[in-house]
Design a protein around this ligand. Sequence first.
Ligand code: FAD
Length: 417
Amino acid sequence: MARSDFDVLIAGGGFAGLTLAIALRQALGASFAVAVVDPGLGRAAAADDERASAIVASVRRLFETLGVWQRVAADAQPILDMVVTDSRLGDAVRPTFLTFAGEVEPGEPFAHMVENRIVVDALTTAARELGIELRSAAVTDFTVSAAAGEAPSHPGRVEARLSDAGVLNARLLVAADGARSTIRSKAAIATHGWSYGQSAIVVNVAHARDHHGRADEHFLPAGPFAILPLKGNRASIVWTETTADAERIMALPQAEFDAELEQRFKLHLGEIKVIGRRRMHPLGFFVARSFIAERIALIGDAAHLIHPIAGQGLNMGLKDVAALAEVVVDAARLGLDPGALDVLERYQRWRRFDTMAMGMATDGLNRLFSNRSDALRLVRDVGLGLVDRLPVLKRLFIREAAGLVGDVPKLLRGEAL
Ligand SMILES: Cc1cc2nc3c(=O)[nH]c(=O)nc-3n(C[C@H](O)[C@H](O)[C@H](O)COP(=O)(O)OP(=O)(O)OC[C@H]3O[C@@H](n4cnc5c(N)ncnc54)[C@H](O)[C@@H]3O)c2cc1C
C-alpha cells in the first residue's frame, strides 16, 4: 500500500516545491519522509511555460550544491553585461544611463538566463532519482489536529485531502502552490497588495547577431521592456504595457505584432523573428500577512508576488526554500518536530522582512519608471547617472541583486546542509 504518513508534505511541484523536497532529502536521507503533490506532475507541467528566468548567483550556488545546476548548465546563458536606458517610445536614440559588468566574483556571473521548463524538468528528474514521493493530484483541503494534551510521542499533524480522493498526513504542510494558493486561502491567511493594471507580454525571439551575453532593460513610459539573452542567438522579451494595451497588442496579426516589437527592440541585433507563442501575464504585488500558520509554511509565489521589473520573483522563492530547509533540517537533526511553531517562527523571521524590503523596492522602481512625467524622468536619470559613476555602489547593487547580502542561508552560500 502506498505510504500516507510523511514528515513534510509539499503542495506544488514548481521551482520552490521541488527544490525544497530535494534539499530535505539530500540533508536528511530517506528516513525523513517527504512527498510532493501537484496536479501537473508527470505531464511536464512547465512544457507550455515559454518564460525564461534570470537565475542569480546565490540561487545558482544553491542549485550547484543540490546537484541540479549540472543538469541545466549547458542551456544556461550567463549575463555578462547589463545596459539600462530611459527614453520615450519614439526616441531615435536611447542614451545609456547605467551599465553593469555582470560578475559578482571574478569568473562568477551575476546571473544566468535559463528557460523555466528546462529547470523544472531537471528538478523533477532529480526528485524522481532521489526517490522522493511525487503524486499527481491537488491538495483541496486540510485539517490540523492539535498537539495540545497529546503525548509528545504523538505530536499534532496536518491531514491533507487530495483531488484524487487520497488523504495524506504530515507534521508540516508546505504551500508551494503558486500565487493563487489554495492552502493560503484555506488557512485564511490574507494578503496585502494591489494590481498594477499592467501586464507583461512574454515572447522569445531569434536574432541575426550575437548578443554577447548582454541584457537590456529599456524603461519606456508604459513600463520596462527587457531583452534577456538566451543560449544561441535568441532572447527572452518581457514587455510591460498597461493591460488594455497588452490585450490590444496580443490580438494583433503577426506582421503588426512584429512591427510593434521592432519599434521597441530596435535593430542592434539585426533581423528578429518571433519563435514560439506570445503569452500575457497580468502583473500584481502582494505579500501574505503571515508566512506561517499552525503546521503550515508558505513559500515562493504562495507567500509573495512581485513585479518582474528586477527579475527577482523566483529568486525570492528560492531564498524561502533555502531558509525553510535550513530550519527544518536543524530541528530534525535535534529530534525536534519540524512543524512546531518555534521552527516555523524562525523561518518567518528570516524571510518576511527581506521579502517586504524587496517587494517595496520593486514596487518603487516600477512606479518611478512606468510613467510619463518629465520631472520624474529627470530625477531618475540623474540618479542612474550618479550610480553609474560610483563603482562601489554599483558593486553593492549587483551583490544585493545576486542575493549575496545580509543573513544569507547556507544553501545560497553554496554550503550543504
Ligand atoms: C513575466 C514574468 C517574468 C518573470 N521573470 C522572472 C525572472 O527573470 N527571475 C525570477 O526570479 N522570477 C521571475 N518571475 C517570477 C517567477 O516566474 C515566479 O516567481 C516563479 O515561477 C514561482 O515559482 P513557485 O514554485 O513559487 O510557483 P509556481 O511556479 O506557480 O508553481 C506552483 C505549482 O503549484 C501547483 N499547484 C497549484 N495549486 C495546487 C494545489 N492545490 N495542490 C498542489 N499543487 C498545486 C501548480 O500546478 C504549479 O506547478 C517572472 C514572472 C513573470 C510573470
